[in-house]
Design a protein around this ligand. Structure first.
Ligand SMILES: Cc1cc2nc3c(=O)[nH]c(=O)nc-3n(C[C@H](O)[C@H](O)[C@H](O)COP(=O)(O)O)c2cc1C
Length: 136
């Protein structure tokens, strides 16, 4: 694979109000099996009704997966932040790893300060998440 074939895609979206733990589990289970098949890796953040996801892999595989994700009625207001060519994967061991705010802060302490703002009722979660997802 040429290095330039490897890309990373970042987006944010809003979960449908009906989503619950079972629904999340179904999404992650499906993602893990499909991503394993297509050599796609990455992370999925969920908290306060918002998703943030990073997908990485061969451009064709990431674009195909992205096509399916965009059509999924379980979320909406999907905002693509970037598709970037990368030299190597950042999450090679995770075919899709789900995080909430606490787990994310524990795993990536460099973002703990920013993430603490999500719990601040005066700040919009989406605004905090948008700056987090630009920096991560
Ligand atoms: C927030 C969110 C993240 C998702 N992430 C992935 C993913 O990483 N890989 C994947 O194959 N499907 C993912 N899905 C599921 C796809 O949208 C889709 O339902 C699934 O791939 C099955 O597609 P199909 O019904 O067209 O076969 C995600 C769905 C949501 C709502």
């Amino acid at each position: 694979m040429h290095k330039s074939d490897l890309v990373e895609l970042k987006y944010l979206s809003e979960a449908r109000a009906t989503i619950n733990v079972l629904g999340l589990t179904a999404i992650v289970d499906k993602s893990i099996s499909s991503n394993t098949l297509h050599s796609v890796t990455g992370i999925l953040f969920f908290d306060q009704g918002y998703f943030g996801q990073i997908l990485e892999g061969a451009r064709s595989a990431v674009e195909e997966t992205w096509g399916r994700i965009q059509k999924d009625p379980r979320h909406h207001n999907i905002e693509l932040l970037a598709i970037t060519e990368i030299e190597e994967r950042r999450f090679p061991k995770w075919s899709m790893k789900l995080f909430d705010t606490q787990e994310f802060s524990d795993t990536f302490p460099q973002f703990a300060e920013l993430l603490a703002k999500i719990d601040n009722p005066n700040l919009k979660t989406l605004k905090v998440l948008r700056s987090l997802w630009r920096e991560v």
